[in-house]
Every structure is written in C-alpha cells, then in structure tokens.
Design a protein around this ligand. Structure first.
Ligand SMILES: NC(=O)c1ccc[n+]([C@@H]2O[C@H](COP(=O)([O-])OP(=O)(O)OC[C@H]3O[C@@H](n4cnc5c(N)ncnc54)[C@H](OP(=O)(O)O)[C@@H]3O)[C@@H](O)[C@H]2O)c1
Length: 247
C-alpha cells in the first residue's frame, strides 16, 4: 500500500518568493521536514537572512520573477523539483474602481499574474510528475471587498487556471491557497499605527478574531503538497473573513 501522505526527506522544493512572509514560512515548514529547499527573491541580503532563519538544507537563488529570461535561467540550473510553490508578491492593483489607475492594474498583473504563469510553465520540464505545484493567490479573488476589484481580477485569473491545469497536467497536482489578511512584511508599506488599526478592524469582523500568520498559510501549502489525492482545488486560509454574510 502506498503512503497516504508524502514525507519530504529527499524531496526538492522550490519556493519562489521565499525570502519573506508566506514564502519564507512555507520554506521553513518543508525544510523542517527534511526537504532540500531553494528560495528565490530579488534581494541578496533578504535571501541570505532568510536562509539563515530557515536553516536545514536551504539555499538561495537571486532572480526577478518578472523577467522571463531570469526564470528560464533559474530552471536551467535548478535540477529536478518535486514541489513548486509560487509566493511572489505584487502590490499594485488595489483601490476604488472609479479612480483605479489602469496602468497600476496592468503593473499588478505584471507583478503577480504573469510571474505565476511564466514560472509554472517554465518549471514543467523540471517538475516531478508525481509532485505538485501550489500557487498563492488571495481571498480577494472570491470575495466582495470594496476596493479590491483589481486584486480580484489578478488573483481570480490565476485561480481560474487551477482546475483546467490540474486535469491537463495530471498526474502533476496543481492547487492554490488563497490567504486572507496575513501579518507579513507585505504590509510594511503602511505605517505601524495605521497597520495596527487596520488589523484590529479586520480582526473584529473575522470569525477567527484576528488576522492570519504566515505559518498558517504554510501549513495549508504543506498539506496540499503532502496529500497525493488533492488536486485542482483552491483552499481559503482566511479565518473566515471572506464567508458570505448575506448582507
Ligand atoms: N500578506 C497578505 O495579507 C496576503 C494576503 C493575500 C495574498 N497574499 C499573497 O501571498 C503572497 C506572498 O505575500 P507575502 O505577504 O508573503 O509577501 P512578502 O512578505 O512581501 O514576500 C514576498 C516575497 O516575494 C518576493 N518577491 C516579490 N516580488 C518579486 C519579484 N518580482 N521577483 C522575485 N521575487 C519577488 C519577495 O522578495 P524580494 O522583495 O526580495 O524580491 C519576498 O520573498 C503574494 O502573492 C501575496 O499577493 C498575501
């Protein structure tokens, strides 16, 4: 009988956007399970600090995920990969729709949609067909939060590809995790006081009573990679924040 879930010893995991936040926590989760992990990001200092924190058999590779040549160069030297996680962030694309700067929205697609698609396509020749790819999208893709139509478009476009890809690329498993608000350095652009006020307000309307931790999203990614019978799904990791209230 085959094992119900995979272990990660002697498995190779690539976490794209793994030098911070959700990607770093995910890399740490796999590394703690004995996987050989490579994390990518644009900044060498952040990468070096991250692999120091993550420990285990973790290495770093500096690359800009918006650059198709850099993506190709990464996979040209990566060797085989059992599990791929794409946690590259893109910040642009939010705001009230009436005033939404469409160039900023296009930049949002450039920063998140295209890297996810380009990375996954370029990774295919390297990916173990018994392995998995997990995309990180966002709860905004399936919610109705004012000011997030642009983010819904970007993340919804990524999520829409998950079921057809799971069928087309089988037996490789394709899944996604859609986080709600997670306390990561992504929010550092906001002054600390503003961030705290925002998080407190969100906590009050979230069934879990708080915003999320990157380790909680990492746990969802880990489960999807480990369970060989789950493919084509998008898992919400939101503390219930995006549940329909019937308002
Ligand atoms: N935090 C949240 O509340 C939240 C909610 C919903 C969805 N998400 C999604 O979760 C994912 C991870 O977000 P996070 O909160 O963990 O963000 P984060 O802490 O800012 O981490 C983002 C990671 O991606 C890397 N990165 C960003 N742009 C890159 C590029 N062009 N090329 C290569 N690497 C790049 C960053 O490193 P460098 O900057 O050094 O390149 C870093 O390692 C994103 O897709 C985000 O949209 C986050």
């Amino acid at each position: 009988m085959t094992a119900l879930t995979q272990t990660f010893t002697e498995q190779r995991v690539a976490v794209m956007g793994g030098s911070s936040g959700i990607g770093e926590a995910t890399a740490a989760r796999f590394a703690a399970d004995g996987a050989e992990v490579v994390v990518t990001g644009r900044d060498q200092g952040r990468l070096d600090a991250a692999i120091e924190r993550i420990g285990g058999k973790t290495t770093a590779y500096r690359m800009d995920a918006t650059d198709p040549d850099a993506i190709a160069a990464f996979f040209a030297q990566s060797g085989p990969i059992d599990h791929l996680v794409i946690a590259v962030s893109g910040a642009a694309g939010s705001g009230a729709f009436a005033e939404l700067d469409l160039d900023r929205l296009a930049a949002g697609f450039e920063g998140k949609f295209w890297p996810q698609i380009r990375i996954l396509q370029a990774a295919l020749p390297r990916l173990n067909t018994n392995g998995s790819a997990t995309l990180i999208t966002a709860a905004s893709a399936r919610a109705a939060f004012p000011g997030t139509a642009g983010l819904a478009a970007i993340n919804g476009a990524v999520q829409a590809m998950v079921p057809p890809l799971a069928v087309e690329l089988a037996p490789l498993r394709i899944n996604a995790v859609a986080p709600g608000v997670i306390d990561t350095p992504w929010w550092d652009a906001l002054p600390a006081e503003e961030r705290r006020t925002l998080f407190d307000g969100l906590a009050a309307t979230t069934p879990a009573g708080r915003v999320g931790r990157p380790e909680e999203v990492a746990g969802a990614v880990h489960m999807l990679a480990a369970n060989g019978f789950i493919t084509g799904v998008v898992i919400d990791c939101t503390g219930g924040a995006n549940l329909p209230t019937g308002r």
